[in-house]
Structures are given as C-alpha cells and as structure tokens.
Design a protein around this ligand. Structure first.
Ligand code: EPU
Length: 423
C-alpha cells in the first residue's frame, strides 16, 4: 500500500489539465455490452476503477485495449454473464452491467455491491426499474439473479427520498434501449455523466427523447451499433483542484474543463471573494483579498455536488468564520470530519450539516483515507497545513484521480507517494 507525504504551505501556481470524467467513462464503457460492434472511447482517465471495469468487461466477453487515453472494446464471444463479488466489491458502479446484460442475454447474475464507507447505498431503485421492464429478480447467495423472456417498456419514477438515482437511471436506460415498446423515466437524473450516456446511446442507434430533462422517453430498438465517443472532462476533479487552489491561496488555471458543469461551485467560490475568470474550457482563480466563510448544500445536479462536499469542508477550515456545509444526498458522508479534527480543525456535525469554525491553521499529522472523496479532502488539508501530513490508504484516491500527485507537483506542491508500513 502507498501513502502520500505532503509538506504543506506552498501556494499552488500554474495551470493543470483536467482528465476525462470517471463517472462518465464507467457507464459509457459498460454500454459496450449492448452491442457486438466496436466501442472506441477517447479521453478515458487512468484510474483503478477503469482497470477494475476492464477486468469485468473482459470476463463478460470483451477484449479491451487501453492506449494513451483511448479504450477500444471489441466483442470476442460471451462465455459468462456473471459479475463476480471480487470485482463488484471493489467498485459499486459494476451494478450497472445488470441492465445491458439482461437486455442482450435475458439472464445474468451480478454480485450485490455490499457496504460503503460513507453510509447506506441501496440498490432498490435499480431493481424497481428493471422489474418494471418485466425482469424477474431474486437475491440468491449474495447475487442478484435477473431473468426475462422479453423486456417491455414501462413508465416509472426512479427517485428515493434523496432524489433521482444516477446509476439506476443508467441501468434502466441501457435495458430500455433494447426493450420492446416505450419506457418513460419520469425522474431521470440530470447529472452530465448520465446525459452523456444518453447521447452516446443515441449515437449507437437508440431512440431517446427529453435528453437533459427529468422526463426521458426511450423507444426500444432491435439492435445497437458500435460507436466512437469522447469522454467529457471530470467536473469533480476540476472542483477538487479549485478547492486546493483556494485553500492554499494560490493562483491556478484549470484547463480542458467544462465550466458549465461547475456553475454551482463557481457561484460559491465567487461568493467567497475569489476572482474567477471563466473561459470556454478554462477557469482561472486569483485571490486579491481575504476569503469569506460560505454555505453549501450537496444536492443533485445542477446544485452543489456531494462528491465535492468533503474537499470543500477542508477549504472551509482555512477561512475565518463559520461555514455551513450540508449533505442532501448521503446524510452520513462526514468520515473526513474526524480526520480533519486530528489536524486541528473545529467542525461540529449536527444532523446532515457540518459547521466548520475556520481560520485556525491546520497542523499536519497521520490521517487515513476511507473513501475516494474524503481522501481528496485530506490531501487538500495537507497542502495548506503546517508541517508534514501523511495520508494513508491512498488506494481510495487512485480509484478516481488521474496522476493526482504529478499534477499537484507541477503546481508547486510538495507531495510524494511512498510505500506505507501502516496498513
Ligand atoms: N439511492 C436509493 N436507492 C437506489 C439508489 C440510490 O435510495 O437504488 C439513493 C442513494 O442512497 C442516495 C441517492 O439515492 O441517497 C442518490 O444516489 P445515486 O444512486 O444517484 O448514486 P450512484 O448513482 O450510486 C453516483 C456516483 C457517485 C455520486 C452519486 C451522487 C458514479 C459511478 N457514482 O452514484 O460518485 O456520489 O452518483 O451524485 O457515477 C464518487 O465518484 O466518489 C461517487 C461516490
């Protein structure tokens, strides 16, 4: 296992290129299961999650090459239609192979994803949606066993008490694309990654109306073709670099990003008093005066993303006054708070809201990542803390940030990857 050793205190300076989106790349790669044609994807980030998915797709009859940032997926003959526990437990998103496997093979077995470090992550909406399309689903020895003789279009609401589900929308979309008749998802997720899946499916021959709105109509077709497609920039990576730039009071330009996907984040940053210059694919952050405390509430897109809640909590620690950060999607997603407390942060969590009493210098120490975004938050904290911060268990961070330490080093940070003796 590796750790990051960070000597904090350097203001980040310069420009950094944003990689392709993890949460877009994963479903777009999975959509290759819907066709026997070749799927070629550009701007795919180098991440552990992508590697895990390549292993899973290989088990499901695909041959995959990954050169530069291009993934080429070819069908070589499906032998097994099972997504095993050892791969699904490493990456919950694997559950979206259910929809396409059912659509093409009428039967599949997918391991139940199991627990998650930041609270319950049920899959009832996935099961509800696929059942509405006619699938017979049972849970058998830790596996979801799904069968159908013919998927048939249906109308459905795919939202729980915290709103629409991104991956349940993806799962149903892919199954409905090859179903008989029309499916209406009344509460489709609006996240850009989900919209990209719809756009790519259309390029593969699917018939989908209402893309980018919450009511999506999918008219099933008999066959989908191969496709060549470019992955959108990662808005969460972009937001993490913005948080790191602000936390270290740096002047940073992020390039190759999609500013439109970050409007809620940019509004908060502008409200803090930073100078933000927005170009077509670039965002420049400059700081001329003291930053102000802020309020943020993580909610479904286009509101503030839950995946930036933890990095922005670290940022709030550096700003005088009380910042209020609420979590409206995963009410228990506060595992970073105790670790930030070890670095000297004063944060009270009341219900789903963190009250961050900021302005006190963080002090480096040993901290431990327990999921991807809390790991990123600890790196942001380490970059602005005094002394040395060692972030353990960075395999969580490797799941979702492409060349993280290289990019931060190029911005002037002192961060090194070392072998870790603490497991
Ligand atoms: N939910 C249910 N039942 C379900 C599915 C979800 O109640 O069957 C609830 C969840 O518990 C949550 C809410 O619905 O309260 C929304 O969860 P959603 O299903 O949208 O999450 P997801 O699709 O499993 C994706 C991202 C997450 C991101 C969330 C929310 C991928 C691979 N994952 O997960 O990304 O936090 O949407 O935006 O796209 C990450 O990248 O670190 C990450 C966790």
């Amino acid at each position: 296992m590796d750790k990051y050793v960070i000597h904090g205190g350097e203001s980040l300076k310069g420009s950094v290129r944003i990689s392709g989106s993890k949460n877009a790349a994963l479903p777009l790669m999975v959509a290759s299961l819907l066709t026997d044609g070749d799927v070629i994807l550009h701007n795919v980030p180098h991440l552990i999650d992508v590697e895990v998915l390549i292993k899973l797709l290989s088990r499901l009859g695909k041959s995959i090459t990954f050169k530069g940032h291009t993934v080429h997926i070819r069908e070589i003959g499906v032998k097994k239609i099972e997504a095993p526990y050892e791969l699904v437990k490493k990456m919950r998103a694997s559950v979206i192979v259910l929809g396409p496997l059912l659509a093409r093979h009428k039967h599949c077995r997918v391991s139940l994803p199991g627990g998650c470090a930041f609270g319950p992550r049920p899959i009832d909406l996935h099961i509800k949606g696929l059942s509405k399309l006619g699938a017979k689903i049972k849970i058998d020895h830790g596996y979801i066993d799904a069968r159908v003789s013919q998927l048939r279009g249906a109308s459905m609401i795919l939202a729980g008490k915290y709103g629409s589900s991104v991956l349940a929308t993806d799962n149903v979309l892919m199954a409905a694309a090859l179903a008989k008749g029309t499916t209406v998802i009344e509460t489709a997720a609006l996240e850009p990654e989900c919209v990209e899946l719809m756009r790519m499916l259309v390029k593969m021959g699917a018939s989908i109306d209402g893309i980018g709105t919450s009511v999506v109509r999918i008219k099933g077709v008999k066959k989908l073709t191969g496709v060549e497609y470019t992955i959108i920039p990662d808005r969460i990576e972009a937001g993490t670099f913005l948080a790191a730039a602000l936390a270290t009071r740096g002047n940073v330009t992020i390039t190759d990003c999609e500013p439109e996907h970050l409007m809620s984040v940019l509004e908060i940053i502008a409200g803090m008093g930073a100078v933000v210059k927005i170009g077509r694919t670039e965002i420049e952050i400059k700081q001329h005066k003291a930053l102000k405390a802020f309020s943020a509430k993580a909610m479904p897109y286009p509101l503030f993303p839950t995946d930036l809640q933890a990095p922005f909590t670290s940022l709030a620690c550096t700003v005088s006054g009380v910042s209020t950060i609420a979590e409206g999607i995963y009410p228990d997603r506060f595992t970073h708070v105790a670790e930030l407390g070890r670095m000297g942060a004063t944060i009270d969590v009341e219900g789903n809201t963190a009250l961050v009493h900021g302005g006190k210098k963080l002090v480096g120490c040993d901290v431990q990542a327990s999921d991807l975004r809390n790991g990123a938050a600890l790196v942001v904290a380490g970059l602005c803390a005094s002394n040395t911060t060692s972030v353990h268990r960075i395999y969580h961070i490797d799941r979702g940030y492409d060349k993280f330490e290289e990019k931060l080093t190029a911005l002037g940070a002192s961060i090194e990857r070392e072998k870790d003796s603490i497991l």
